[in-house]
Design a protein around this ligand. Structure first.
Ligand code: NCD
Length: 313
């Protein structure tokens, strides 16, 4: 038990809930778990503890990596994978009531929900830690933590980097959280998106206010030329009113092997996944392609979060 664990009993709703020092503590704990898992498949710190995963939106990586993380720590998992149709929400149950009930069944709750603010609402209702696994177009703080972990593992530092974010920066919650997180380090952020899918203006103002250098462009090759890290996102089809509107932007940027070869030699290519067509598969074989490693790192980071909020480290 480490009395320096600052996250005991805490909710993780927005990445802004965490200070730079707290983020550092999560990344260090994750690194420690990554090292220890080389010697043993399990680190049984959470025996007898229960995680509930409640997902009202599709997920593969986030739900499975949280569940894998809990199992690797020796804990148990209960789960509603299609909460929209198979939980009592389909009968009209409120998030508040769901929180009051789940707190009796689990020691920690991970929720994904289509409404911005839904994670905060659950955290206010439930007396156990709530971790936001995505609230609509709002935030995805645990993805931001694993993204930081990836950048540090791949580049050796988080400081002084030029990070290009590309794609649907309006609806993509991962970029919202990651951009806020990067404000703790000296970062130059280049936002590359069609004007209609630009990062929200109030968020950009917040980032500048936090000391980030933020540049907006629609020109992919100009952005790529400067990048140390390229963070590609999918056009978020489910957030558009009509299919026609989505089709207008689908395929607007496609990162190819040729484009990566023309960029800086050590450029790191990331993607929260799932990928549709925004990174061509010929990039996968390049050493720069970090997105599958990124998905793997998610397990260590989520182990760190679970062990920390449950006070096991
Ligand atoms: C992301 C999400 O759900 O926001 N996926 C994930 O958690 N890795 C990105 C996306 O769906 O595009």
């Amino acid at each position: 038990m480490n009395s320096n664990n600052p996250l005991i009993g805490r909710d993780i709703v927005s990445i802004s809930d965490l200070s730079g020092a707290e983020i550092r503590a999560v990344l260090d704990q994750a690194r420690h778990f990554e090292q220890r898992l080389k010697d043993a498949p399990m680190i049984p710190l959470l025996n007898g503890r229960i995680l509930a995963t409640v997902f009202y939106e599709p997920s593969t990586r986030t739900r499975l990596s949280f569940e894998s993380a809990m199992h690797r720590l020796g804990g148990a998992v209960i789960s509603v994978a299609e909460a929209k149709t198979s939980s009592s929400a389909a009968k009209g149950e409120s998030i508040y009531d769901s929180g009051r009930m789940l707190e009796s069944y689990a020691d920690v709750i991970v929720q994904r929900h289509p409404a911005v603010g839904s994670a905060r609402a659950l955290a206010e209702a439930a007396g156990v830690p709530v971790i936001n696994a995505g609230d609509g177009t709002g935030e995805h703080p645990t993805q931001a933590l694993l993204d930081l972990y990836t950048i540090e593992r791949e580049k050796g530092t988080l400081d002084g980097l030029t990070v290009v974010m590309m794609g649907d920066l309006k609806h993509g919650r991962t970029v919202h959280s990651l951009a806020k997180a990067l404000a703790h380090w000296k970062t130059k952020l280049i936002l590359c998106a069609p004007r209609a899918l630009a990062m929200p203006g109030d968020l950009i103002a917040y980032l500048r206010n936090q000391g980030l250098i933020v540049i907006e462009t629609e020109n992919m090759s100009a952005a790529l030329a400067q990048a140390d890290v390229v963070y590609v996102t999918r056009i978020q089809q489910e957030r558009f009113e009509t299919v026609e509107e989505y089709m207008r932007y689908k395929g607007v940027y496609v990162l190819t092997e040729q484009a990566v070869r023309a960029a800086k030699p050590g450029v790191v290519i990331m993607h929260p996944l799932p990928r549709v067509d925004e990174i061509s598969t010929d990039v996968d074989a390049l050493p720069n392609a970090a997105y599958f490693r990124q998905a793997r790192y998610g397990v260590f980071v989520r182990m760190a979060l679970l062990a920390m909020v449950l006070g096991a480290v």
